[in-house]
Design a protein around this ligand. Structure first.
Ligand code: FAD
Length: 393
């Protein structure tokens, strides 16, 4: 079959949620999802896996178990999108036409942009990354093997999914070193190109206090540019002093990679200048192609890129797409809701919840900026269940 009423590109968090919403509504043969991966990852769990608090096998399920039976799973990669012809080309040479399109291709991680990093990730057990299914499995062993020296945690000089995640691993490692008697031999460092620790003031204050109280060295405006794994050195450019770099030896290095929109979206009529799909920030409908919608990490919705944000977007998109399909204008409005549970140590979490323009949108009547056991239990126990049973279903 080469033509569908609804074609969904990407079967990750957002794509599966949309496919599940529409497959039952539109019936067999009308919805297809293009997704190359046989495994669906619950990426939010990577933080806990990296911290040695969950097993890797709990983070993934077969894609075929997530996508609805009534949709066609096209196991291929998107090679190009031509919205003027309502057509999508695949890397296997096929072309698929659509009446309506939902773009949910996520974000691309670009480890190759840091010189020597891929080599280090492949060959140095001390270099790890919670942003990748393979390299997340190196994080806890790197903490366990750590004896003394610098433990360095980085943030990239690009947009990133779950901007809190590079800090969660920092706090979990610091806590682990403390619990295992290694803390006084460790210099724990957080090197970030931005000038603040968190985008929302209320939570930034708590996190800043954590950094001070726990003697974490905060190096602002530092961007990782090279890893030399033979000599265990990490090179950072100092962003406010052109041409200057600083080199640190490491005993453990956790890298949050540079990220971007997926390459297939660059220079596409659907995308804005930065490569993300250009949608209306309230309706999730494309700004020019009315039969195209987008959500999740690959959209240019101006909020923090998280699965929690998708939980807010998918209902609005579902309502609006159904209205557009029946010839009505879209009336659903997304308020920018996103959430980030920042684990501050084993068993404790702050629960950041906010919407557009940094507006706080907290669920509970207590101060969510205080690290709490209840917030941790929600992250570690309730959220995985909500993800597998409700969000992607
Ligand atoms: P994805 O789920 O990444 O899906 C994109 C899909 O598109 C993938 O399946 C991919 O295979 C497919 N794809 C890519 N290119 C192509 C192509 N050319 N053709 C076809 N298919 C393609 N969120 C939270 O809410 N809370 C958290 O605590 C949290 N913690 C996180 C911690 C880490 C370490 C990471 C990495 C992420 C975390 N997130 C968290 C973010 C969350 O996982 C993402 O925001 C969410 O998964 C985005 O969903 P998506 O559908 O947009 O992209």
């Amino acid at each position: 079959q080469d033509s569908y009423k609804l074609l969904v590109l990407g079967g990750g968090t957002a794509g599966s949620a949309v496919a599940n919403k529409f497959a039952a509504k539109l019936g067999r043969g009308n919805v297809a999802v293009v997704e190359p991966s046989k495994k669906h990852y619950y990426q939010a769990m990577f933080t806990l896996i990296g911290g040695g608090l969950k097993e890797f096998d709990m983070s993934h399920r077969p894609t075929e178990a997530i996508l609805p039976r009534k949709c066609h799973w096209i196991e291929a990669r998107v090679a190009g999108i031509c919205p003027d012809d309502s057509a999508v080309s695949l890397t296997n040479g096929r072309t698929i036409n659509y009446e309506y399109l939902v773009v949910a291709l996520g974000m691309q991680t670009n480890y190759h942009l840091v010189k020597g990093l891929l080599d280090a990730l492949e060959h140095d057990p001390a270099v790890c990354s919670n942003y990748h299914p393979k390299y997340v499995q190196k994080t806890f062993p790197a903490m366990q093997a750590f004896k003394e020296g610098n433990a360095i945690f980085t943030f990239p000089n690009t947009p990133i999914k779950c901007a809190g995640a590079p800090q969660k691993v920092l706090y979990l490692a610091e806590d682990y070193f403390r619990r295992t008697g290694k803390r006084d031999k460790a210099t724990v460092m957080y090197n970030t190109p931005i000038g603040v620790v968190f985008g929302i003031k209320k939570y930034a204050q708590t996190l800043h206090d954590q950094i001070l109280e726990r003697d974490i060295k905060l190096n602002l405006r530092r961007n990782l540019v090279e890893v030399k794994h033979e000599t265990r050195e990490a090179v950072f450019e100092v962003l406010d002093a052109e041409g200057r770099t600083e080199t640190y030896n490491y005993e453990m290095l956790h890298v949050a990679p540079p990220c971007s929109a997926p390459e297939v979206l660059w220079d596409n009529p659907l995308s804005d200048k930065s490569g993300f799909v250009d949608v209306n920030r309230e309706t999730c409908q494309h700004t020019r192609y009315m039969n195209v919608f987008s959500l999740g990490d690959c959209s240019n919705l101006p909020t923090s890129k998280t699965a929690a944000a998708i939980s807010g977007q998918v209902g609005v998109l579902g309502k609006n797409l159904a209205q557009v399909m029946s010839g009505k204008p879209p009336t659903g409005k997304y308020n920018g809701y996103s959430s980030c549970p920042v684990v501050t140590k084993k068993g404790f979490c702050i629960l950041a919840e906010f919407g557009y323009d940094g507006k706080l949108m907290e669920t509970f009547p207590y101060n969510q900026a205080v690290p709490r056991r209840s917030s941790y239990l929600m992250k570690a126990l309730a959220m995985p269940q909500l993800y597998w049973l409700l969000l992607v279903k």
